[in-house]
Design a protein around this ligand. Sequence first.
Ligand SMILES: *Cc1c(COP(=O)(O)O)cnc(C)c1O
Length: 307
Amino acid sequence: MILANPVVNQVLDHPLLESKGVELAIKRLDLIHPTVSGNKFFKLKYNLEAAKKSGSKKILTFGGAYSNHIYSTAAAAFQEGLESIGIIRGERIEPLNPTLSFAENHHMQLEFISRGEFRKKDQPSFIEGLRKQFGDFYLIPEGGTNSTAIQGTSEILDKEDSYFSHIVCAIGTGGTFAGLANSLLGHQQLWGISSLKGEFIHQEIKNLLSNFSISPKGTWKIFSKYHFGGYAAYRQDLIDFIWSFYENFGVVLDPIYTGKLFFAVWDLISKDQIEKGSKILLIHSGGLQGNEGFTERTGIRLPNSSK
Ligand SMILES: *Cc1c(COP(=O)(O)O)cnc(C)c1O
């Protein structure tokens, strides 16, 4: 079992919060593990146990070239003595970017497939083909969301978090949101900030909750207008926000998920969209490994990118 650091809730102090009468704290999942960071720790936790029990001792999963999920899976499998295979969308480009070179250094076998092929990743015949190629494996879907992952993300909130009126997280595949929804209390609201462009996310989350038989005790809501142009897109105001947040609070954010999430909450507070007296818990889901690759790709510096 991979060991976790204790998770702390960091309380923020800022004139805006005081003037709006809102309390804001961050659940620092980014500090839970040096390499299996953030929500991925929770998503992988029981999947690793299941992989070990499965007898195949080999994990196969999918992701993009900068994927936090690929990075964390490689690290976790390596640490647990499991083999891992990463099916990566797109061509192999040398030298490998920091995410993929980390994965390869942690003995993940990388297999690059075209975008067209990658779209078939949930089809049984495609998986069958992979089994012929790689032998038996324990499959984790892209982004790591399955029922075993949700069992893990249901443990993100603990007893003391009953203090909060609002829990807010970033949304990719929704596995983190689903786990939080599963452990939500009756007096709490769960808000998800979608990193993806499109209104489909409302239905997708509904389907996810119903497929996994989750009926939250509290209320929930998805915000679909804080994507900054799409999944890997960004704007200068997002980059500026990430820097100012770092300067104010010393907390590093990423431009794909947590930057958009924190921007959204700060924006809603500024625009009086959050009731006075609210006690908000922001889930810092990690993902900071991607900042270096982002800087390489765009030339834009971020708080923890080394170049
Ligand atoms: C993967 C990831 C998410 C999205 O989690 P889902 O469970 O797929 O919605 C959010 N934040 C970070 C930092 C991530 O790496």
